[in-house]
Design a binder for this molecule. Sequence first.
Ligand code: NDP
Ligand code: ZN
Length: 350
Amino acid sequence: MYTAIGYAAQSSTAPLAPMTFQRRALRADDVAIDILYCGVCHSDLHQARNEWGIAVYPLMPGHEIVGRVTAVGDKVGNYQVGDLVGVGCMVDSCRQCEACHKDLEQYCLEGPTMTYATPDRVDGSNTMGGYSSSIVVSEHFVLRMPQGLDLPSAAPFLCAGITTYSPLKHHGVGPGHKVGVLGMGGLGHMGIKFAKALGAEVTVFTRSQAKAEEARRQGADQVIVSTDEAQMCAAAGRFDFLLDTIPVQHDLNPYLETLKFDGVHILVGLIEPIDPPVHAANLVLKRRVVAGSLIGGIAETQEVLDFCAEHGITCDIEMLDIRNINEAFERMHKGDVKYRFVIDMATLHA
Ligand code: NDP
Ligand code: ZN
Protein backbone atom coordinates (compact mmCIF):
# COMPACT_ATOMS: atom_id res chain seq x y z
CA MET A 1 0.00 0.00 0.00
CA TYR A 2 1.06 3.58 -0.60
CA THR A 3 0.22 6.31 1.88
CA ALA A 4 -1.15 9.30 0.00
CA ILE A 5 -2.55 12.70 0.88
CA GLY A 6 -5.25 14.61 -0.90
CA TYR A 7 -8.22 16.95 -0.56
CA ALA A 8 -11.65 15.40 -0.08
CA ALA A 9 -15.19 16.38 0.88
CA GLN A 10 -16.68 14.42 3.77
CA SER A 11 -20.25 15.43 2.90
CA SER A 12 -22.18 17.48 0.35
CA THR A 13 -22.00 20.56 2.56
CA ALA A 14 -18.41 20.22 3.81
CA PRO A 15 -15.55 22.10 2.15
CA LEU A 16 -12.69 20.05 0.71
CA ALA A 17 -10.06 19.39 3.39
CA PRO A 18 -6.78 17.46 3.60
CA MET A 19 -7.03 13.71 4.13
CA THR A 20 -4.45 10.93 4.44
CA PHE A 21 -5.41 7.61 2.86
CA GLN A 22 -3.99 4.47 1.28
CA ARG A 23 -3.49 3.75 -2.42
CA ARG A 24 -3.59 0.03 -3.21
CA ALA A 25 -0.49 -2.14 -3.60
CA LEU A 26 0.32 -2.67 -7.27
CA ARG A 27 -1.62 -5.33 -9.14
CA ALA A 28 0.24 -6.98 -12.04
CA ASP A 29 -1.14 -4.52 -14.63
CA ASP A 30 -0.96 -1.41 -12.42
CA VAL A 31 1.06 1.75 -12.81
CA ALA A 32 1.82 3.95 -9.77
CA ILE A 33 1.97 7.66 -10.56
CA ASP A 34 3.16 10.68 -8.60
CA ILE A 35 0.71 13.43 -9.52
CA LEU A 36 2.21 16.71 -10.74
CA TYR A 37 -0.92 18.56 -11.91
CA CYS A 38 -4.67 18.06 -11.83
CA GLY A 39 -7.32 20.13 -13.60
CA VAL A 40 -10.49 21.27 -11.81
CA CYS A 41 -13.63 20.29 -13.76
CA HIS A 42 -17.15 21.52 -13.08
CA SER A 43 -18.05 17.83 -12.60
CA ASP A 44 -15.80 17.88 -9.51
CA LEU A 45 -18.00 20.60 -8.04
CA HIS A 46 -21.26 18.82 -9.05
CA GLN A 47 -19.99 15.66 -7.37
CA ALA A 48 -18.50 17.21 -4.22
CA ARG A 49 -21.88 18.88 -3.62
CA ASN A 50 -23.81 15.77 -4.68
CA GLU A 51 -25.71 17.70 -7.35
CA TRP A 52 -26.17 14.49 -9.37
CA GLY A 53 -27.28 12.44 -6.36
CA ILE A 54 -24.60 9.75 -6.88
CA ALA A 55 -21.76 11.02 -4.69
CA VAL A 56 -19.94 8.65 -2.30
CA TYR A 57 -18.02 10.19 0.64
CA PRO A 58 -15.27 10.82 1.39
CA LEU A 59 -15.22 12.23 -2.14
CA MET A 60 -11.82 13.12 -3.55
CA PRO A 61 -12.33 14.75 -6.97
CA GLY A 62 -9.93 15.11 -9.87
CA HIS A 63 -9.88 13.48 -13.30
CA GLU A 64 -7.48 15.59 -15.33
CA ILE A 65 -4.32 14.06 -13.94
CA VAL A 66 -0.75 14.44 -15.19
CA GLY A 67 2.15 12.79 -13.40
CA ARG A 68 5.24 10.67 -13.49
CA VAL A 69 5.41 6.87 -13.21
CA THR A 70 7.09 5.72 -9.98
CA ALA A 71 6.50 1.95 -10.15
CA VAL A 72 4.95 -0.63 -12.47
CA GLY A 73 3.39 -4.06 -11.88
CA ASP A 74 4.96 -7.29 -13.20
CA LYS A 75 2.83 -7.45 -16.33
CA VAL A 76 2.97 -3.79 -17.38
CA GLY A 77 4.37 -3.56 -20.90
CA ASN A 78 3.84 0.00 -22.07
CA TYR A 79 5.16 2.18 -19.26
CA GLN A 80 8.37 2.52 -17.32
CA VAL A 81 9.43 4.35 -14.20
CA GLY A 82 10.01 8.01 -15.10
CA ASP A 83 7.45 8.21 -17.96
CA LEU A 84 5.19 11.26 -18.08
CA VAL A 85 1.60 10.05 -18.17
CA GLY A 86 -2.00 11.11 -17.81
CA VAL A 87 -5.18 9.69 -16.27
CA GLY A 88 -8.61 10.94 -17.27
CA CYS A 89 -12.15 10.25 -16.09
CA MET A 90 -12.08 6.43 -16.08
CA VAL A 91 -9.80 3.91 -14.38
CA ASP A 92 -11.49 0.64 -15.39
CA SER A 93 -14.32 -1.01 -17.33
CA CYS A 94 -15.46 -4.61 -17.94
CA ARG A 95 -13.19 -4.78 -21.03
CA GLN A 96 -15.36 -7.51 -22.58
CA CYS A 97 -18.61 -5.95 -23.74
CA GLU A 98 -19.44 -4.57 -27.16
CA ALA A 99 -18.61 -1.00 -26.13
CA CYS A 100 -15.27 -1.93 -24.56
CA HIS A 101 -14.35 -3.94 -27.68
CA LYS A 102 -15.06 -0.83 -29.75
CA ASP A 103 -12.70 1.31 -27.62
CA LEU A 104 -15.73 3.06 -26.13
CA GLU A 105 -15.04 2.16 -22.50
CA GLN A 106 -17.08 5.17 -21.38
CA TYR A 107 -20.19 3.34 -22.61
CA CYS A 108 -19.17 -0.01 -21.01
CA LEU A 109 -22.39 -2.01 -20.68
CA GLU A 110 -21.58 -2.78 -17.05
CA GLY A 111 -20.66 0.86 -16.45
CA PRO A 112 -17.10 2.17 -16.37
CA THR A 113 -15.25 2.64 -13.09
CA MET A 114 -14.80 6.37 -12.82
CA THR A 115 -11.62 7.92 -11.42
CA TYR A 116 -13.43 8.91 -8.24
CA ALA A 117 -16.52 8.00 -6.24
CA THR A 118 -17.04 4.60 -7.90
CA PRO A 119 -16.44 1.12 -6.41
CA ASP A 120 -13.20 -0.48 -7.60
CA ARG A 121 -14.05 -3.60 -9.65
CA VAL A 122 -11.67 -5.84 -7.70
CA ASP A 123 -11.86 -4.81 -4.04
CA GLY A 124 -14.99 -2.63 -3.97
CA SER A 125 -13.18 0.32 -2.41
CA ASN A 126 -14.33 3.85 -3.27
CA THR A 127 -12.09 5.29 -5.99
CA MET A 128 -10.24 8.50 -5.07
CA GLY A 129 -9.35 11.08 -7.70
CA GLY A 130 -6.44 13.28 -8.59
CA TYR A 131 -6.58 16.04 -5.97
CA SER A 132 -3.88 13.94 -4.36
CA SER A 133 -0.20 13.09 -4.24
CA SER A 134 -0.39 9.81 -6.15
CA ILE A 135 -2.66 7.34 -7.91
CA VAL A 136 -2.52 3.67 -8.91
CA VAL A 137 -4.20 2.77 -12.22
CA SER A 138 -4.36 -0.21 -14.56
CA GLU A 139 -2.11 0.52 -17.54
CA HIS A 140 -4.96 0.29 -20.06
CA PHE A 141 -6.37 3.48 -18.56
CA VAL A 142 -3.06 5.37 -18.54
CA LEU A 143 -2.29 7.86 -21.33
CA ARG A 144 1.11 8.82 -22.65
CA MET A 145 1.90 12.56 -22.61
CA PRO A 146 3.39 13.44 -26.00
CA GLN A 147 6.68 15.32 -26.02
CA GLY A 148 6.37 19.05 -26.38
CA LEU A 149 3.12 19.51 -24.47
CA ASP A 150 3.23 21.97 -21.60
CA LEU A 151 2.19 19.64 -18.79
CA PRO A 152 -0.06 21.88 -16.64
CA SER A 153 -2.00 23.22 -19.61
CA ALA A 154 -2.30 19.72 -21.09
CA ALA A 155 -3.99 18.28 -17.99
CA PRO A 156 -7.46 19.55 -19.02
CA PHE A 157 -7.25 17.67 -22.33
CA LEU A 158 -7.96 14.54 -20.28
CA CYS A 159 -11.55 15.62 -19.64
CA ALA A 160 -12.42 19.04 -21.08
CA GLY A 161 -10.45 18.17 -24.22
CA ILE A 162 -11.75 14.70 -24.94
CA THR A 163 -15.34 15.60 -24.00
CA THR A 164 -15.49 18.31 -26.65
CA TYR A 165 -13.32 16.61 -29.27
CA SER A 166 -15.17 13.28 -29.24
CA PRO A 167 -18.67 14.50 -30.24
CA LEU A 168 -17.26 16.87 -32.88
CA LYS A 169 -15.43 13.93 -34.46
CA HIS A 170 -18.36 11.53 -34.03
CA HIS A 171 -20.74 13.89 -35.83
CA GLY A 172 -18.23 14.55 -38.60
CA VAL A 173 -17.72 18.26 -37.98
CA GLY A 174 -15.49 19.76 -40.62
CA PRO A 175 -15.04 22.47 -43.24
CA GLY A 176 -18.30 24.07 -44.35
CA HIS A 177 -20.06 23.42 -41.04
CA LYS A 178 -21.30 26.12 -38.72
CA VAL A 179 -20.85 25.15 -35.08
CA GLY A 180 -22.23 26.96 -32.04
CA VAL A 181 -20.55 26.44 -28.67
CA LEU A 182 -22.84 27.09 -25.69
CA GLY A 183 -21.02 28.39 -22.57
CA MET A 184 -17.41 29.48 -22.62
CA GLY A 185 -15.89 27.75 -19.62
CA GLY A 186 -13.37 24.92 -19.42
CA LEU A 187 -15.13 22.67 -21.93
CA GLY A 188 -16.51 25.46 -24.10
CA HIS A 189 -13.20 27.18 -24.77
CA MET A 190 -11.68 23.81 -25.77
CA GLY A 191 -14.69 23.21 -28.01
CA ILE A 192 -13.96 26.46 -29.86
CA LYS A 193 -10.37 25.41 -30.51
CA PHE A 194 -11.24 21.91 -31.71
CA ALA A 195 -14.11 23.03 -33.95
CA LYS A 196 -11.78 25.60 -35.53
CA ALA A 197 -8.97 23.06 -35.92
CA LEU A 198 -11.42 20.71 -37.66
CA GLY A 199 -12.23 23.48 -40.14
CA ALA A 200 -15.66 24.65 -38.98
CA GLU A 201 -16.93 28.21 -38.58
CA VAL A 202 -17.47 28.76 -34.86
CA THR A 203 -19.90 30.94 -32.94
CA VAL A 204 -19.86 31.22 -29.15
CA PHE A 205 -23.10 31.62 -27.21
CA THR A 206 -22.27 33.31 -23.91
CA ARG A 207 -24.38 35.01 -21.28
CA SER A 208 -22.09 37.98 -20.98
CA GLN A 209 -21.19 40.71 -23.42
CA ALA A 210 -17.93 40.99 -21.46
CA LYS A 211 -16.81 37.61 -22.79
CA ALA A 212 -17.40 38.51 -26.44
CA GLU A 213 -13.92 39.90 -27.09
CA GLU A 214 -12.32 36.97 -25.31
CA ALA A 215 -14.33 34.52 -27.35
CA ARG A 216 -12.90 36.06 -30.52
CA ARG A 217 -9.42 35.85 -29.04
CA GLN A 218 -10.06 32.14 -28.49
CA GLY A 219 -10.73 31.82 -32.20
CA ALA A 220 -14.50 32.28 -32.43
CA ASP A 221 -15.68 33.80 -35.71
CA GLN A 222 -18.82 35.22 -34.12
CA VAL A 223 -20.37 35.71 -30.70
CA ILE A 224 -24.04 35.67 -29.68
CA VAL A 225 -25.02 37.00 -26.27
CA SER A 226 -27.62 34.41 -25.32
CA THR A 227 -29.48 36.74 -22.96
CA ASP A 228 -30.22 39.11 -25.88
CA GLU A 229 -33.42 37.87 -27.51
CA ALA A 230 -32.85 39.91 -30.66
CA GLN A 231 -29.45 38.30 -31.23
CA MET A 232 -30.92 34.83 -30.64
CA CYS A 233 -33.79 35.46 -33.10
CA ALA A 234 -31.39 36.81 -35.72
CA ALA A 235 -29.51 33.50 -35.61
CA ALA A 236 -32.58 31.38 -36.52
CA GLY A 237 -31.79 28.40 -38.79
CA ARG A 238 -28.06 29.13 -38.94
CA PHE A 239 -26.15 26.21 -37.37
CA ASP A 240 -25.34 22.61 -38.25
CA PHE A 241 -24.25 21.67 -34.73
CA LEU A 242 -24.52 23.07 -31.23
CA LEU A 243 -22.12 21.87 -28.53
CA ASP A 244 -23.92 22.59 -25.26
CA THR A 245 -21.63 22.80 -22.21
CA ILE A 246 -24.02 24.71 -19.94
CA PRO A 247 -23.83 23.00 -16.52
CA VAL A 248 -27.38 23.73 -15.31
CA GLN A 249 -30.93 23.10 -16.53
CA HIS A 250 -31.82 25.59 -19.25
CA ASP A 251 -34.35 26.12 -22.01
CA LEU A 252 -33.14 24.30 -25.14
CA ASN A 253 -35.89 25.71 -27.37
CA PRO A 254 -34.34 29.08 -28.25
CA TYR A 255 -31.10 27.29 -29.12
CA LEU A 256 -32.85 24.60 -31.20
CA GLU A 257 -34.37 27.37 -33.31
CA THR A 258 -30.86 28.45 -34.30
CA LEU A 259 -30.23 25.04 -35.92
CA LYS A 260 -30.76 24.36 -39.62
CA PHE A 261 -32.95 21.43 -40.65
CA ASP A 262 -31.09 18.20 -39.74
CA GLY A 263 -29.12 20.20 -37.18
CA VAL A 264 -27.82 18.43 -34.06
CA HIS A 265 -27.85 19.84 -30.52
CA ILE A 266 -25.19 17.91 -28.59
CA LEU A 267 -25.53 17.95 -24.81
CA VAL A 268 -22.43 17.39 -22.72
CA GLY A 269 -23.16 19.62 -19.75
CA LEU A 270 -26.55 18.34 -18.66
CA ILE A 271 -27.38 15.00 -17.13
CA GLU A 272 -30.55 16.05 -15.32
CA PRO A 273 -33.97 16.04 -17.04
CA ILE A 274 -34.34 18.71 -19.69
CA ASP A 275 -36.49 21.42 -18.12
CA PRO A 276 -38.40 23.29 -19.47
CA PRO A 277 -39.45 20.59 -21.96
CA VAL A 278 -38.35 20.61 -25.57
CA HIS A 279 -41.16 21.56 -27.96
CA ALA A 280 -41.44 18.51 -30.21
CA ALA A 281 -42.20 20.86 -33.10
CA ASN A 282 -38.67 22.23 -32.80
CA LEU A 283 -37.45 18.75 -33.71
CA VAL A 284 -40.19 17.32 -35.92
CA LEU A 285 -40.63 20.23 -38.30
CA LYS A 286 -36.90 20.42 -39.09
CA ARG A 287 -35.74 16.81 -38.52
CA ARG A 288 -33.46 18.15 -35.80
CA VAL A 289 -31.76 15.90 -33.26
CA VAL A 290 -30.94 16.34 -29.58
CA ALA A 291 -27.91 14.15 -28.84
CA GLY A 292 -25.62 13.52 -25.88
CA SER A 293 -22.01 12.55 -25.44
CA LEU A 294 -19.87 11.26 -22.56
CA ILE A 295 -16.12 11.96 -22.42
CA GLY A 296 -14.38 9.59 -24.92
CA GLY A 297 -12.66 6.21 -25.00
CA ILE A 298 -9.05 5.66 -24.01
CA ALA A 299 -7.75 5.34 -27.58
CA GLU A 300 -9.53 8.56 -28.56
CA THR A 301 -8.18 10.32 -25.46
CA GLN A 302 -4.67 9.45 -26.62
CA GLU A 303 -5.69 10.79 -30.05
CA VAL A 304 -6.67 14.12 -28.45
CA LEU A 305 -3.35 14.45 -26.66
CA ASP A 306 -1.49 13.73 -29.90
CA PHE A 307 -3.81 16.05 -31.88
CA CYS A 308 -3.13 18.92 -29.46
CA ALA A 309 0.62 18.35 -29.61
CA GLU A 310 0.49 18.26 -33.42
CA HIS A 311 -1.73 21.34 -33.84
CA GLY A 312 -0.23 23.39 -31.02
CA ILE A 313 -3.56 23.49 -29.17
CA THR A 314 -3.35 24.56 -25.54
CA CYS A 315 -5.78 25.05 -22.71
CA ASP A 316 -5.90 28.46 -21.02
CA ILE A 317 -5.28 27.81 -17.35
CA GLU A 318 -4.94 29.48 -13.98
CA MET A 319 -2.49 27.65 -11.73
CA LEU A 320 -3.98 26.86 -8.35
CA ASP A 321 -2.54 26.27 -4.89
CA ILE A 322 -4.57 23.31 -3.59
CA ARG A 323 -5.10 25.13 -0.30
CA ASN A 324 -7.33 27.55 -2.28
CA ILE A 325 -9.50 24.82 -3.82
CA ASN A 326 -12.69 25.89 -2.04
CA GLU A 327 -12.36 29.49 -3.29
CA ALA A 328 -11.67 28.06 -6.76
CA PHE A 329 -14.93 26.08 -6.59
CA GLU A 330 -16.79 29.28 -5.71
CA ARG A 331 -15.23 31.10 -8.63
CA MET A 332 -16.06 28.24 -11.01
CA HIS A 333 -19.66 28.30 -9.75
CA LYS A 334 -19.79 31.99 -10.71
CA GLY A 335 -18.24 31.33 -14.14
CA ASP A 336 -15.18 33.36 -13.12
CA VAL A 337 -12.32 31.17 -14.46
CA LYS A 338 -10.08 31.69 -17.48
CA TYR A 339 -10.71 28.95 -18.35
CA ARG A 340 -9.51 26.05 -16.25
CA PHE A 341 -7.96 25.88 -12.82
CA VAL A 342 -5.07 23.43 -12.67
CA ILE A 343 -3.74 22.41 -9.28
CA ASP A 344 0.03 22.49 -8.87
CA MET A 345 0.38 19.40 -6.70
CA ALA A 346 3.66 20.68 -5.25
CA THR A 347 1.44 22.94 -3.11
CA LEU A 348 0.12 19.83 -1.35
CA HIS A 349 3.44 19.58 0.43
CA ALA A 350 3.94 23.33 0.97
P1 NDP B 1 -17.38 25.63 -16.43
O1 NDP B 1 -18.00 26.08 -15.17
O2 NDP B 1 -15.92 25.82 -16.65
O3 NDP B 1 -18.11 26.30 -17.70
C1 NDP B 1 -19.49 26.28 -17.88
C2 NDP B 1 -19.91 27.52 -18.68
O4 NDP B 1 -21.31 27.45 -18.88
C3 NDP B 1 -19.64 28.83 -17.96
O5 NDP B 1 -18.37 29.36 -18.21
C4 NDP B 1 -20.72 29.72 -18.52
O6 NDP B 1 -20.33 30.27 -19.76
C5 NDP B 1 -21.87 28.76 -18.77
N1 NDP B 1 -22.80 28.79 -17.63
C6 NDP B 1 -22.50 28.61 -16.33
N2 NDP B 1 -23.58 28.74 -15.55
C7 NDP B 1 -24.59 29.00 -16.40
C8 NDP B 1 -25.96 29.25 -16.21
N3 NDP B 1 -26.52 29.28 -14.97
N4 NDP B 1 -26.72 29.48 -17.31
C9 NDP B 1 -26.17 29.49 -18.53
N5 NDP B 1 -24.85 29.28 -18.76
C10 NDP B 1 -24.09 29.02 -17.71
O7 NDP B 1 -17.77 24.09 -16.55
P2 NDP B 1 -17.02 22.92 -17.41
O8 NDP B 1 -16.74 23.43 -18.75
O9 NDP B 1 -15.97 22.31 -16.56
O10 NDP B 1 -18.19 21.83 -17.47
C11 NDP B 1 -19.40 22.12 -18.16
C12 NDP B 1 -20.39 21.01 -17.90
O11 NDP B 1 -19.96 19.83 -18.60
C13 NDP B 1 -20.52 20.61 -16.44
O12 NDP B 1 -21.88 20.36 -16.17
C14 NDP B 1 -19.72 19.32 -16.35
O13 NDP B 1 -20.15 18.47 -15.32
C15 NDP B 1 -20.04 18.73 -17.71
N6 NDP B 1 -19.09 17.72 -18.16
C16 NDP B 1 -19.57 16.71 -18.94
C17 NDP B 1 -18.76 15.73 -19.41
C18 NDP B 1 -19.29 14.67 -20.31
O14 NDP B 1 -18.58 13.68 -20.52
N7 NDP B 1 -20.46 14.81 -20.88
C19 NDP B 1 -17.34 15.69 -19.04
C20 NDP B 1 -16.91 16.86 -18.31
C21 NDP B 1 -17.76 17.81 -17.86
P3 NDP B 1 -20.69 31.80 -20.17
O15 NDP B 1 -20.24 32.63 -19.01
O16 NDP B 1 -19.89 31.98 -21.40
O17 NDP B 1 -22.15 31.88 -20.39
ZN1 ZN C 1 -14.36 16.59 -16.13
